[in-house]
Design a protein around this ligand. Structure first.
Ligand code: NAD
Length: 365
């Protein structure tokens, strides 16, 4: 067996493998060995805490979101977390297992964990809600049937939030059809500001940034101002006309954008399913944490968030439409004054029409 350690700074190795490798002492000479670690302890005493709800917590995405929330990657590194995990009655045993694993992570910020199948318990005093639980698309189901199944879930959730939730609860809808589920939930909460309801297009945003970073051979953190307009569906509009790398405008090859970049971003979810026989989970959870982190903590970067439109850029007011946003003091704002090309304007019309159609299907139930 030959293992090359040249150019490697840090290696994670399981203890049992480590003991079997004792004959390879030369291999470790220049390496720092990192044992399974305890998370970095917060430096100062925390006073702020947030009650954070994750619905569908026993599912794929939910169980990836939970450690991100518990470790401070969603609400910031200085906020204690009261975690509330909601799932269906038949998933309560799975939630118990998840709680054991959370205990065993010894997260310094995690103050309490509640598991429940009750919407009333779930929403009482909640500050942030990750709405991940939903009805999956079964074989042979059309979009309208999927919408109807999820409409029932999001009507019930909206009514519970209206009745029991905090007026300033920030809501992120992840479950599909995300934009329209968000529209439905907000419609059940007349006393809660529409600004508190958002749907997730951050995964599409991150996918767009990543494709540009790969094309330009830079790390993703250097790519700014790519964003997603419209629906979280194949009609989404990834926009790259304002992209910057390291603060400098960058022109991307138009043929590559049209023939490779745009379809790759629009159909990435299906490509992940085809490759791993399961839908995106880790990257979806990461995007959900990114979305809430930027909303709660703030960002000057342009980040894609589907929000209740006030008619920005000519979109019908009331539809839940993805825009480039910045966030400050716990509030998002749509970036204004962007000039869109005729192609982008035409694509915006298509995705807007799809959202209006989904809204009309919901209204017809
Ligand atoms: N917006 C996005 O970018 C994006 C990306 C990926 C997936 N999604 C969507 O996220 C959702 C979750 O995906 P997943 O892979 O975690 O699915 P999953 O099937 O693994 O998990 C869903 C969980 O929700 C629970 N659930 C079902 N109905 C519920 C209800 N009424 N109340 C509470 N919990 C309920 C289930 O018991 C399950 O534990 C799906 O709708 C999926 O399409 C959205």
């Amino acid at each position: 067996m030959f293992i090359s350690a040249i150019g490697v700074d840090v290696v994670f190795i399981m203890h049992d493998i480590l003991s079997n490798l004792s004959n390879f002492s030369h291999f470790f000479q220049n390496l720092k060995l990192v044992p399974p670690s305890t998370p970095i302890a917060p430096k100062k005493k925390m006073s702020k805490s947030m009650r954070v709800l994750v619905t569908g917590a026993a599912g794929q995405i939910g169980s990836f979101i939970v450690p991100l929330v518990a470790s401070g990657q969603a609400c910031g590194p200085e906020t204690l977390i009261d975690l509330v995990l909601l799932d269906l009655p038949q998933a309560q045993d799975a939630l118990k297992g998840l709680v054991m694993e959370l205990d065993d992570c010894a997260y310094p910020l995690l103050k309490s964990i509640t598991t429940t199948d009750s919407l009333e318990v779930a929403f009482k005093g909640t500050n942030v809600a990750f709405m991940v639980g939903g009805f999956p698309r079964l074989q042979g189901m059309d979009r309208s049937q999927l919408l109807q199944k999820n409409a029932e879930i999001f009507v019930a959730a909206g009514k519970a939030l209206e009745q029991h939730g905090a007026r300033d609860c920030k809501v992120l809808i992840v479950a599909n059809p995300a934009n329209t589920n968000c529209y439905i939930m907000a419609s059940q909460c007349p006393s809660i500001p529409k600004e508190n309801f958002t749907a997730m297009t951050r995964l599409d945003h991150n996918r767009a940034v990543a494709q540009i970073a790969i094309k330009k051979a830079v790390t993703a953190g250097r790519v700014k101002r790519a964003f997603i307009l419209g629906n979280h569906s194949n009609t989404m509009v990834p926009v790259v006309d304002n992209v910057q790398i390291d603060g400098q405008d960058v022109e991307l090859d138009a043929q590559w954008v049209k023939e490779s970049f745009t379809p790759t971003v629009q159909t990435r979810g299906a490509a992940v399913i085809a490759a791993r026989q399961k839908s995106s989970a880790m990257s979806a959870a990461n995007a959900a944490a990114n979305h809430v982190y930027d909303w709660v903590v703030g960002t000057n970067d342009w980040v894609s968030m589907a929000v209740v439109s006030k008619g920005e850029y000519g979109v019908e007011a009331g539809l839940v439409f993805s825009y480039p946003c910045t966030c400050k003091d716990g509030k998002w704002a749509v970036v204004e004054g962007i000039e869109f090309s005729d192609d982008v304007k035409a694509a915006m019309k298509k995705t807007e029409a799809e959202l209006a159609q989904e809204r009309d299907i919901f209204k017809s139930f």
